[in-house]
Design a protein around this ligand. Structure first.
Ligand SMILES: NC(=O)c1ccc[n+]([C@@H]2O[C@H](COP(=O)([O-])OP(=O)(O)OC[C@H]3O[C@@H](n4cnc5c(N)ncnc54)[C@H](OP(=O)(O)O)[C@@H]3O)[C@@H](O)[C@H]2O)c1
Length: 216
């Protein structure tokens, strides 16, 4: 299984690449191929030191889309529309959005686009055959990168394509102690995306760091 990460050099993308690379072929995308190659070099060194075999390749964002079975859009909401306009080849691909549209005002607020959520905006912008899911919205970047810590979190996964959603849930369940939960159709993504500003407010007002969620 080849997982492409658009914006794979970023806070969450690099951490995801580190966690995924022992299990899947990870294709790290960037606007600058050299930046993706450098990021992969660091990740490979880090994993090698831990004695972990991995598969990581640094490429352009377009190649990360072209060469992947599952594409993760690990880019800030503000750049989402502009970035998707520059990319093509999403037909029939599974596309995962971890994107949370939010702003820090007096407190963190959910600020969705007119579609209602980032995931629904992705669906509107990509070809009809693209199989959009949302996942990984509520795991902090620091936790992805902290390889000595297990990731003991619940991951709500939304999507309208049942087979695509099942595949994404299988990927989630391969990583550390993550547990995927079917959260329903893609329209539910607004609720999932709005959890992150809530978690950030809880962290801020209770002096906590990197708050996550677990369903029991
Ligand atoms: N950070 C978290 O803890 C966290 C947790 C859960 C979900 N998320 C979601 O995950 C997504 C990524 O978050 P992040 O914190 O990883 O973001 P980030 O580090 O700020 O950016 C990720 C990557 O996006 C690319 N990028 C930045 N500006 C761009 C632009 N103007 N146009 C095109 N690409 C641009 C950059 O890659 P290149 O320069 O290599 O192209 C960058 O490395 C967000 O939507 C966020 O809501 C984040």
């Amino acid at each position: 299984m080849r997982i492409g990460i658009v914006g794979g050099t970023g806070d969450i993308g690099e951490g995801m690449a580190l966690r995924f690379a022992p299990f899947f072929d990870v294709i790290v995308g960037s606007r600058e191929k050299e930046k993706a190659e450098a990021s992969c070099g660091c990740s490979i060194d880090m994993l090698k030191k831990r004695g972990t075999e991995c598969s990581l390749t640094g490429v352009s964002n377009q190649t990360a889309v072209d060469d992947a079975d599952i594409v993760i859009l690990a880019i800030p909401f503000k750049t989402l529309g502009g970035t998707l306009e520059t990319l093509q080849g999403f037909e029939n691909k599974i596309v995962v959005s971890p994107v949370n549209p939010m702003e820090k005002r007096d407190f963190f607020e959910f600020v969705p686009p007119p579609e209602g959520s980032a995931a629904l905006m992705v669906q509107r912008m990509l070809p009809k055959s693209a199989r959009i899911c949302s996942a990984f919205n509520t795991i902090a970047a620091n936790k992805w990168r902290a390889l000595d810590e297990s990731l003991t979190y619940s991951v709500p996964v939304c999507g309208d394509d049942t087979a695509a959603k099942r595949q994404v849930m299988e990927v989630v369940n391969r990583i550390s102690n993550l547990q995927a939960f079917d959260a329903g159709p893609l329209a539910v993504s607004s609720l999932v995306e709005s959890l992150t500003p809530l978690l950030l407010n809880i962290a801020r007002y209770n002096r906590l760091k990197d708050v996550g969620i677990q369903f029991r």
